[in-house]
Design a protein around this ligand. Sequence first.
Ligand SMILES: [Fe+2]
Ligand SMILES: [Fe+2]
Length: 339
Amino acid sequence: MKIAILGGSFDPVHLGHLQMAHQAKKLLGVAQVWFLPTKKTPLKDRQLTNDQDRLAMLETALAPYPEYIVCTLELEREGTSYTVDTLRELHARYADHEFFWLIGNDQLEQFDRWKDPETLVQLAHFVCFDRDGKSKKTAYPIRQIHMSPIPVSSSEIRKGKKLNYLAPQVLDYIYQHRLYLSGFLEERLKPKRVAHSLSVANLCEKFARAHNLDLNRAFLIGCFHDIAKNMTESEMKPWMEIVCPENMRYPCPVWHGFVASEIVDRIFGIHDLQIRQAIYHHVLGTSTDPYAMIVFCADKLDPLRGYPVQEQIALVEQDLSQGFWMVKEENQKYLEGKE
Ligand SMILES: [Fe+2]
Ligand SMILES: [Fe+2]
């Protein structure tokens, strides 16, 4: 059987990877594509997301395609994995298969840095999918095929960009397991605001636990509540005009809640209405939905703000409604004082 092998860190797997598999199947006539998640890439230093999560996302993404298989051979092996060892192992295990190893342009250019390149090209047909239509010079017998690329990379996704290039179930998994969230925040917020957001997320979770609410929903609300906070007035304006022009009468510092509730939906693919509503109301505390009360309190009682909050946190844990009105009253006094 002809098998194409697509190695990668799949951190996370996205539609660009699937596109590569679709094209390998079509252009090389292989019966199956095996996705081979790497344990640790010798040429890359970045700390990978743990194996279990990357594997679970791969399995979820590949579930609709029976001819796409996850091969865990490199994950099972201890220490650094070299392709040459993997290919030897594949030959030993599956003597009847013919392997096509897929690589990208970037890997073609540094192929001589791989371990034992001469042996590699004897163990498998190496196929380079070039993305720009230009063949590259190489000293090795590597076939080059043009592929129409999907313009997305895992590193963009880890920064919260192009999330629409993920299978919806993979995005769900990311939120359920809280992967990459710091990266999502760091791309849009200053470090202090990132720390505040994560601290509020933890406090939201603590309050949710005390009141038997969904922990992850509460955590995500906290995470994203200030996602629009570093946007300028002119950046927020078009959002406001489309989403809630009636709210433009509020002073600009209040807008970030309205804009954030739309950004989590349209950019971050979070369509949960309770999450969006809680974020929408977090600045003024204008909703008594339990999640909205939780984030309003957690935002004002964030321990990182540096004033004593333990008593008030305890009150919110004990009685959400009472705690909410107390925090709201204090906030009102503070705003009046400020005015
Ligand atoms: Fe805020
Ligand atoms: Fe905040």
